[in-house]
Design a binder for this molecule. Structure first.
Ligand SMILES: [Zn+2]
Length: 224
């Protein structure tokens, strides 16, 4: 089983019906995604900090790492922990990570309609998975591993800031961030076929520890 593909909770944006021809609208969406991706990689401080931190850990970002694609409805991006060589079933990939069969993950941004903040938050979210993947060799068949990286990604990316939650219509002030992180992490973990029945329990089990693990964005948890 080479890859589980975590996907994320929907962007909060409302899709605007296309007025133009479908083909040109599709191309325009793809072009917008690519230019946002390029901008984020070259200009966005949080994205750049994540990329640098991953490389410092010893995982150079391959040229093919970032891409844009067309996704299902309500998905804004995904981290694809794809191995270039086959691995045997559920346990550890390999103890020697470099060399032949090296891990080649991918980060795909969806070309769906989303605002710029959601786009950037999604990139940071997926880069947290890439960071964790590099740091501890995440095993996505282990639901506690998956839950932990989703809790970290949701809490560090800014997607659970008060403003983002407000825009989704979730306006509770008390513990709103906590509820948002737990809700979104649970949804993502539930998309993992290994974990769909235990997603909530896994998130609750790791929440306290993982929500306090803020590396590598220790001093600038994002709030917009
Ligand atoms: Zn995620």
């Amino acid at each position: 089983m080479s890859s589980a593909v975590p996907v994320e909770e929907a962007a909060a944006s409302t899709a605007v019906p296309a007025a133009d021809a479908a083909v040109s609208e599709g191309q325009r969406s793809r072009n917008r995604c690519i230019s946002r991706l390029e901008y984020a990689v070259t200009k966005n401080p949080r994205v750049q900090k994540m990329i640098a931190a991953i490389e410092v850990l010893g995982c150079p970002i391959p040229d093919s790492f970032f891409s844009c694609g067309t996704c299902g409805e309500k998905i804004s991006g995904g981290f694809i922990p794809r191995q270039s060589s086959s691995s045997s079933s559920s346990s550890s990939s390999s103890s020697s990570s470099a060399g032949a069969g090296a891990y080649v993950p991918k980060l795909m941004m969806c070309d769906t309609d989303m605002d710029e903040t959601t786009f950037e938050n999604t990139m940071v979210h997926e880069l947290v998975h890439a960071y964790d993947q590099c740091k501890i060799k995440l095993d996505f068949a282990n639901c506690l591993h998956h839950a932990c990286t989703e809790v970290r990604a949701s809490s560090l990316s800014g997607e659970c800031s008060y403003r983002q939650e407000f825009n989704r219509g979730n306006q509770q002030v008390h513990q709103g961030g906590l509820q948002c992180v737990q809700r979104r992490a649970t949804l993502s973990v539930a998309n993992n076929p290994y974990c769909k029945d235990v997603a909530k329990d896994a998130v609750l089990a790791v929440y306290d520890v993982c929500s306090h693990d803020t590396a590598p964005l220790d001093n600038d948890r994002y709030e917009d």
